[in-house]
Design a protein around this ligand. Structure first.
Ligand SMILES: [Zn+2]
Length: 294
């Protein structure tokens, strides 16, 4: 397994996903959204209840809403949620960073239509979470155990979750572009392994697609500094952080989408996954696990 050396890997992260954790302090950042090009502020705060809770910085009197897979409104280029009368796009890398570092409950306060893309990976969010610190909560309920396999498919791909003692994530992708080709990666995940092996993997796109999207007025905030762009047999902006950075980013996206329902004790594998399939699996897992935790 390749290892990208960075200081955060040595941070005292929770040992496993077995407990309950929140942030030890409030932290905030700001940045530009990939699709809208609009700037957005984000404040992360400790939460007293399980789950991820969304509030609006510009409407602080509104009650916080718990994020769930039922709010997924759009999955074409990112995962966008409809929460009350507002849309919030590109939630997946922030949610991956929170759930991936073992945080099981937090408040997310935002004031824009889209979570900032930052460098296209979860690493800047992991840095922010490290700045806040992660605090253990006791007593913690054990994460829900899946009792039987759950699968979703569509668009030439599938995502399956099978019962397992701990979280294990994997993905496979197939592209005709030789620079990407076929990639496979799977690993038993812990917060430390997430930070070291998954969080730094950046968003990627194809040059042809990028030009089309830009012409259509999308990805206004996208650039060569926040997404890897593939042009056939080469990358426009090397070097890669890992030789298989694209499939690692798929695992990052999968984790972020699963976080909408809370990370299950399961082995989850995505073959040619997409935000549509990941969030459909999150909804299926939530339905499967709900009667047990009720
Ligand atoms: Zn992504």
């Amino acid at each position: 397994m390749e290892v990208l050396e960075h200081a955060l890997a040595r941070h005292p992260w929770p040992e496993s996903y077995g407990g309950a954790h929140t942030l030890a302090a409030e932290v905030h950042t700001a940045g530009v959204g990939l699709h809208s090009g609009a700037s957005c502020r984000v404040r992360l705060a400790p939460a007293s209840r399980p789950g991820f809770w969304l509030g609006w910085l510009d409407r602080p009197a509104l009650p916080l809403e718990r994020l769930t897979p039922a709010q997924v409104a759009e999955t074409t280029l990112c995962t966008a949620l409809q929460v009350g009368d507002r849309r919030l796009a590109t939630v997946e890398h922030l949610l991956a960073a929170l759930a991936g570092t073992g945080v099981t409950q937090a408040e997310l306060w935002v004031d824009g239509p889209e979570i900032p893309l930052l460098d296209g990976s979860a690493l800047p969010w992991v840095e922010l979470i490290a700045e806040a610190g992660v605090q253990e909560l006791v007593p913690a309920a054990a994460p829900p155990a899946l009792q039987r396999p759950v699968s979703v498919y569509g668009g030439g791909g599938w995502v399956t979750a099978v019962p397992a003692p701990a979280l294990h994530l994997g993905a496979a992708i197939e592209f005709s572009e030789p620079a990407i080709g076929r990639q496979f990666q799977a690993l038993p995940l812990t917060p430390a392994r997430f930070v070291q092996e998954i969080a730094p993997a950046r968003t990627f796109g194809l040059r042809s697609q990028v030009e089309q999207l830009r012409a259509a007025g999308l990805i206004q905030g996208g650039g060569l500094d926040n997404a890897l762009v593939c042009d056939g047999d080469r990358w426009l902006n090397p070097p890669l952080r890992y030789a298989d950075e694209p499939v690692r980013h798929k695992i990052l996206d999968l984790l972020g989408d699963l976080a909408l329902a809370g990370l299950p004790r399961a082995q989850v594998f995505a073959y040619r996954g997409s935000h549509r399939l990941h969030t459909a699996l999150a909804a299926a897992l939530e339905a499967e696990l709900a009667p047990l935790s009720a």
